[in-house]
Write a protein that binds this ligand. Structure first.
Ligand SMILES: C[S@@+](CC[C@H](N)C(=O)[O-])C[C@H]1O[C@@H](n2cnc3c(N)ncnc32)[C@H](O)[C@@H]1O
Length: 294
């Protein structure tokens, strides 16, 4: 029970921690194209897949000026309460009205009506969850690195067959430490390889997921545009540095490294922590954003 509570808090805390880095990194030029593409509609329906605690919705609700009908598709039911709390905090901050009726949240300002429905299900069941004919945009933020080729193909097929607009942001592609360490390539490489480990549903694509999506959409002759969105983690962002090192420690801990490599890894982690403590660590995390016009 304690472990479960900790896990829940950990996931929520991590999604909160990454939010401002995502906001800063988002590729604003590509984002403007997405917003312009829907600008003529007075009311839009948006589906955020792999919604987590609703970060995409919370960010875009203020970027779009029209009425919005959101569906947040998230398989982890533990994130539901935190999502509702964040939406309520958002409404309170802007002095909008907030009401929850039969599983749908209604937020109203003088100018706009926003509804949000959380659907706890797999995004791979999307066609059964929402009426795709009414959907103006499918969004996803940082979702597909743990998906297999088959799962990504399934989603791309669904998007293209239904001529949906699709906007996927902050898809992980790699990391670069400053200052560099002679062992960075080895351990970042091992971390990337760990992401591609076999799962119940097949081998995940890891950092190759977004490029694979680009290839699939291109093969379908979809109108696709892509752009980079890099996290710049400064020396002062200590919590983020620790989060990312912990992810690496956990991942490589599962990899059964040879003893000499294990020892090198422990020394590498120590050097990274020394740089964090002394305010010298910078880290760039490369991401890709893609926008497909349906
Ligand atoms: C890295 S988090 C990103 C969450 C959110 N988009 C954000 O930007 O904060 C990835 C999310 O995708 C969800 N997810 C993974 N596979 C899923 C699936 N098949 N269906 C629905 N959600 C899924 C996870 O539970 C997790 O909440």
């Amino acid at each position: 029970m304690v472990e479960e509570e900790e896990k829940e808090n950990f996931d929520i805390d991590w999604l909160n921690e990454r939010y401002p880095f995502d906001v800063e990194a988002r590729n604003k030029a590509l984002e403007s194209k997405v917003i312009a593409h829907l600008a003529k509609k007075s009311s839009i329906t948006l589906v955020d897949v792999g919604a987590g605690t609703g970060s995409n919705c919370l960010y875009f609700v203020e970027q779009f000026s029209q009425n919005q009908n959101w569906y947040l598709v998230e398989q982890d039911t533990d994130l539901r309460k935190a999502t509702i709390r964040r939406l309520k905090d958002y409404a309170n901050y802007y002095k909008y009205s907030f009401e929850q009726k039969k599983g749908t949240i209604h937020i109203r300002s003088v100018k706009r009506k926003i509804t949000v429905t959380i659907l706890n299900d797999s995004l791979l069941n999307l066609a059964a969850l929402v009426d795709l004919k009414k959907v103006d945009l499918v969004l996803a933020n940082a979702v597909f690195d743990l998906f297999s080729t088959e799962q990504i193909s399934e989603l791309v097929d669904l998007i293209t067959k239904n001529k949906l607009n699709f906007y996927h942001t902050l898809s992980y592609e790699g990391m670069t430490f400053h200052p560099a360490d002679p062992f960075d390539d080895v351990f970042v490489g091992a971390y990337n390889e760990h992401m591609e480990r076999p799962q119940d549903f097949g081998k995940a694509l890891g950092r190759k997921a977004s490029q694979y999506m680009v290839e699939l959409f291109t093969a379908q002759e979809s109108a696709i545009q892509s752009a980079t969105s890099t996290w710049n983690i400064a020396p002062i962002d200590i919590k983020m540095h620790y989060y990312l090192l912990n992810f690496m420690e956990n991942a490589l801990g599962e990899m059964d490294l040879a003893p000499a490599m294990q020892s090198n890894f422990e020394k590498w982690i120590r050097r990274k922590k020394d740089l964090i403590i002394t305010g010298q660590q910078r880290l760039e995390i490369a991401h890709l954003d893609i926008f497909v016009k349906g």
